[in-house]
Design a protein around this ligand. Sequence first.
Ligand code: PA5
Length: 478
Amino acid sequence: MGYKTKDWRNSMRVTVDYNYMMAKSLGEKGIKDTELRRTKELAEQAFNYVTDNRGKDELFMGWTELPYNQDEIVADILATAKQVRKKFKYFVVLGIGGSALGPSMVFNALKHLHYNELKDKKRGGPKFYVEDNVDPVRMADLLDIIEPDKTCFNVISKSGATSETMAQFLIIADILEKQGLSLAEHMIFTTDANRGNLIKIDNKYGGKIKKYVLPDGVGGRFSELCPVGLLPAAVLGIDIKGLLAGAAYMDNLCSKSNIAKNPALACAVLQYITMKQGKNIHVLMPYCDNLKLLADWYCQLWAESLGKAVDLNGKPVNTGTTPVKSLGVTDQHSQVQLYIEGPYDKVITFISVSNYATQTPIPHGCDDIPDVGFLGGHTMQELIQAENKATAYALMRAGRMNYTINLPEVNAFTLGQIMYMLELQTAYAGAMLGIDTFNQPGVENGKIATFALLGKKGYEAQKAEMDAAPALEDKYIV
Ligand code: PA5
């Protein structure tokens, strides 16, 4: 691995501390070592399933290989990003789900929290927006602040058939054309190599639109480390080689089937055991504003992957736990009361950071008012870390399971590690549950119903079925 020194990489290792999940801390409410041992065989089977099927496109396991073999693509992306940074004032991602949550998360994690508000020189690159909704007000408001002639639009869609993304595309294409601007100059497509409507659209424009490939065996929610996420990150000046190196480093840390040596497998086993105990809510609570959107990204990864009606044999199972995003310390003043005293139906995963990008000292003042004075002389880093530890401890004392993923600092290398770890954890958990982790039939059903409602050709039968559904009754509308 040619990324910085070995010592540096090891100093940036992401770790998992699950003491507060175990009986030793929680007594009767915790997991016993014997329970971990009972799950050993299933965990090994899940590990072997994921390992044996690495890179298999037909199983949508292509994402496992993204940390490797992308040198040419990375070089191309860096060259394009350089041009985009030079030429454009705005970079807008049009996409939804897996095509939007990853780029938003990496932007949030690795750029200034008020990036778009920074002065041009300090920002150093285009203003950045991810449009992942079809709220008409949001689109109108975006159009109020960008200048289309100074904007590069990155349309990200594997299928090119996602109504939300394609509606956005139509609106933007119309504006560009009306302003006499060329699509080839102002758009970049990230899509399937051969299939899909974006390829057809590009053909209409003589194949002149710059395209990046969303590889065959990579589903949307596992796509952040391919051009879906790498191009927007590179345009923002983010170290994309660092992201990939971090993912490769974590892949190596997870190369054993023993949970004591594989952090992703350890987390999957903890989630599996608690899921079987009926703990149906899984809270992800980073103590770091830069990781706020990691929780959004993770919610999709976990929910869409594990929320399944049937197992691989077609047997009804209705699996999954509900992921909840939370932010420390903000949500200590909103949700933590429920987590500490409410039903025993949750597992809390904290994400802690050892060294924030800045410490921000708290000056002395009001020494005669003890409630305020004690804060002086500390730093905001000390305060957030103390609150993080205190909340984990208070939960443990109240018999509530929680574990902590620690990042030495937030940088491209550690972000690559945690992303890959959460992806592997999800794949292991899906294998333990015996489900298809990589499909999303529920989402597809919703897409089909939308097509029917908007009169898309070929969906007449679904429309008829929806029309025939029992009529809504006024008495149930208040
Ligand atoms: O994870 C997934 O596969 C989904 O969230 C998709 O990313 C989302 O539905 C968008 O699909 P597409 O890339 O085809 O526009």
